[in-house]
Write a protein that binds this ligand. Sequence first.
Ligand code: HPA
Length: 275
Amino acid sequence: MLQNLDMHQLNETVAFIQSRTSLQPIAGIILGSGLGGLVNDLDIELSLPYEEIPHFPVSTVKGHGGKLLFGKLNQQPVVMLSGRFHYYEGYNMQEVTYPVRVMKQLGASVLFVSNAAGGMNPDFKVGDLMIINDHINLFPEHPLRGKNDEQMGPRFPDMTEPYSHKLIQSAKKIAESQQIHVHEGIYIGLQGPTFETKAEYKYLRVIGGDTVGMSTVPEVIVAKHMGMDVFGMSVVTDLGIRDEMNVITHEEVLEAAQAAAPKMALIVKELIATL
Ligand code: HPA
């Protein structure tokens, strides 16, 4: 794939998908590691393995499904990405964010993103949920670097409200009515694949982060470039807090995410109904 976004390729991808389904998604949903359970609530109309979609990247990490799903979630037409593309896998930023471009071209005006994340806010515990209200981009490469296509979005996108205030307010109301405890805070995105050292965790806290992970920020930037509204949530799967830090494995991250996933799914499902 080219470094620059190729509109011709994007049009081919979208035309292929539209030849397979007439469903017009109003929202796109990207499921994070261990958070794929929301798929079970989707009334699936079409499931497309990535390999079958022209110009779509193909996923490599085990535990990541690798399908683009179309259907109704709580009566609303949505497209779901089951198995996201991480920068640490070796994809370039255009590949990491390609599914978001596709979702928007298919009609989605809202993007939902979720992630498993490390928590460095001392009030957080493993299994807690955090609504993302802002982010800090520490990826070494920017998804909008390169020639800008004005049809897609502006050269210098505004980022004063990366996560929709309106959706955050609605989500907090939903959480309260369902008696689900949620935090609100800042997600820091970096490349991985190493988890953080103690010194890095300390630094990430000092610069203002509440959670940290290896995804989300590139997709959100591209969604904002195209004028989408975004809602994001982290599930805290491990802690980077002094005295509470343990050795972390990918398996533990997946396990903690899976345990908290039903609560997050409930919030997303209810939120989708408000669109
Ligand atoms: N750091 C980065 N990514 C993560 C973490 C973490 O601690 N936990 C889950 N994903």
